[in-house]
Design a protein around this ligand. Structure first.
Ligand SMILES: Nc1ncnc2c1ncn2[C@@H]1O[C@H](COP(=O)(O)OP(=O)(O)OP(=O)(O)O)[C@@H](O)[C@H]1O
Ligand SMILES: [Mg+2]
Length: 251
């Protein structure tokens, strides 16, 4: 199952991606984590892994991908993955591995004035569309903040969208927008409430469609501390087990 994780800036997308990947791996699944956030360099640390080489380099770099994927010949839908790709078919150079978790980073913005992230999202969209998973494999896609990735169709290849909602009006409003986008894309959408205490849980459950809420994750100092000192999020956190249970039921 391919799962897209989205939400507003700083809501906890990467933390939840890492916690969930580690939990699923403990349950015996193979997890391919796709780092689709071009401007954030923290996910690999939360996973306790090395940042792999940008996948975009395998296709000649950002400019080349822009030529191939953003300007395909008329009437043709360009696709650099041929008939399909499996996790085992991704060149080793572009994957970090730790136990049953593999990390792939689509591309990072590294230089001043190097241009937009559209080629990364285009590559990601094609990759996710063409990625074939074996039984017992999950793909978790950590996205950049907001909704730009939807504009490039990154969600099209995914089976399910998880939106992380933190206690803020911005998240509540974004939830409405994401709900409309996922409906028109025909993708099931579920919410994960994050950084929650009793009071914020009550307020959020009254503010968003509570039928979509599949997990409530508390604010926990360990997440904050590990992100500060740069350690993996390799501990049990309430709500993550429920989230993994839910995804297991969906497969
Ligand atoms: N459940 C939690 N309890 C406490 N702190 C949390 C929790 N979830 C996330 N955080 C903290 O919130 C901050 C943002 O988390 P994270 O980087 O995962 O968010 P993000 O949505 O991926 O951000 P970005 O939009 O920049 O990619 C980090 O300092 C992290 O430690
Ligand atoms: Mg992030």
């Amino acid at each position: 199952m391919k799962i897209l994780i989205c939400g507003k800036g700083g809501c906890g997308k990467s933390s939840i991606t890492a916690l969930l990947a580690i939990e699923l791996e403990k349950r015996g699944y193979k997890v391919i984590v796709v780092d689709n956030d071009e401007s954030n360099f923290g996910l690999h640390i939360q996973l306790g892994m090395e940042l792999p080489k940008d996948f975009v380099l395998h296709f000649g770099g950002k400019k080349m991908v822009a030529e191939k994927l953003l300007k395909p010949k008329e009437g043709e839908r360009s696709n650099v993955f041929g008939k399909g790709i499996r996790a085992s078919g991704i060149p080793e150079d572009y994957m970090s591995k730790k136990g049953g978790i593999s990390l792939l980073a689509i591309g990072k913005i590294r230089d001043f004035g190097e241009g937009c992230a559209c080629p990364f999202n285009a590559l990601s969209a094609d990759f996710l569309r063409m990625l074939e998973l074996n039984k017992g494999e999950f793909a978790l896609v950590d996205t950049d903040a907001g909704v730009e990735h939807f504009g490039r169709g990154v969600e099209a290849g995914c089976n399910l969208i998880l939106m992380v909602i933190d206690p803020s009006q911005e998240s509540i409003r974004l939830a409405e927008k994401v709900s409309k986008i996922s409906e028109s894309a025909g993708k099931p959408l579920y919410y994960v409430l994050n950084k929650i205490d009793e009071e914020t849980a009550r307020f959020l459950l009254d503010s968003v469609d509570r039928n979509k809420v599949v997990s409530v994750i508390p604010e926990d100092k360990r997440v904050f501390k590990n992100c500060l000192v740069g350690e993996a999020l390799d501990f049990e956190l309430k709500g993550i087990g429920e989230l993994a249970d839910f995804l297991e039921r969906k497969t």
